[in-house]
Structure formats: C-alpha cells, structure tokens
Ligand binder design. Structure first.
Ligand code: FES
Length: 121
C-alpha cells in the first residue's frame, strides 16, 4: 500500500466514498471512489494490474471476477459477461463501480481479447 492511501472505505474529498481495490494475484491495491470504474481509477493512478482495452464495455479485455465485496455494473457486452457469469461475480472492470472494498482476480487479457475480436492466437 502506498503512503497516504486509505486502508478502508472512507469518504473522498468530493464526497464519493473511496474503496480499497485489491488484485488477488499480485496483492496490488489502490483506492477507487464509488463513482469511478475499477479500471478508470487504476489507470488514473498509473497502475497496470487489470488489462485495459476499449474502456467502453465492448472488448472484454478487462474482465474480472469479484471474490470479496460488491460492485455495481453498467451495461456491458453479454458476449463477454453472460447473465449467469455476472451472478457469480464476473464483470468488466471498465463498467464496474465499487460499493465496498473489493478483492478481485483478473480473468481477461489481451490474448482472450485478440482471439475474440480478430480470431488470432
Ligand atoms: S476495456 Fe474493453 S471491455 Fe473493458
């Protein structure tokens, strides 16, 4: 954890709640306000733990699974996250907003994105 980052959910300066997002594979963590997507907050901090693609819910590169905590999801491509997957914690980080502290695992990545989009690999 970097100095100055909150350890638990707490109010951000603009009134939005900050939540601690932790990537299980690396143990990396960062703060994310409830009104920012998991991906946008990570990129804004210069981190790269979650693969980043279209930022619009369409490519599936940023697919994650929420292991602890909860998120609110905006519309995302059902070809990348089915209703059944979403019910078991899968989401697209660019379309997911934290409702609490979150522990997640990265599921997507460039290989999967390239395979689906271009038929490569
Ligand atoms: S970055 Fe493309 S779906 Fe999230």
């Amino acid at each position: 954890m970097a100095d100055g980052e909150p350890r638990q959910s707490m109010p951000a300066q603009d009134g939005a709640r900050l939540h601690r997002i932790t990537l299980r594979e690396t143990g990396e963590s960062y703060a994310c306000a409830g009104d920012r997507s998991l991906l946008k907050a990570m990129v804004a901090l210069g981190r790269r733990g979650i693969p980043s693609g279209c930022h619009g819910g369409g490519c599936g590169v940023c697919k994650i699974r929420v292991l602890e905590g909860s998120v609110r999801c905006e519309a995302m491509s059902r070809s990348h996250v089915s209703v059944e997957e979403q019910a078991t914690g899968y989401a697209l980080a660019c379309r997911a907003y934290p409702l609490s502290d979150v522990v997640l695992e990265v599921v997507g990545g460039m290989r999967k994105g390239l395979t689906r989009r271009y038929g490569l690999l």
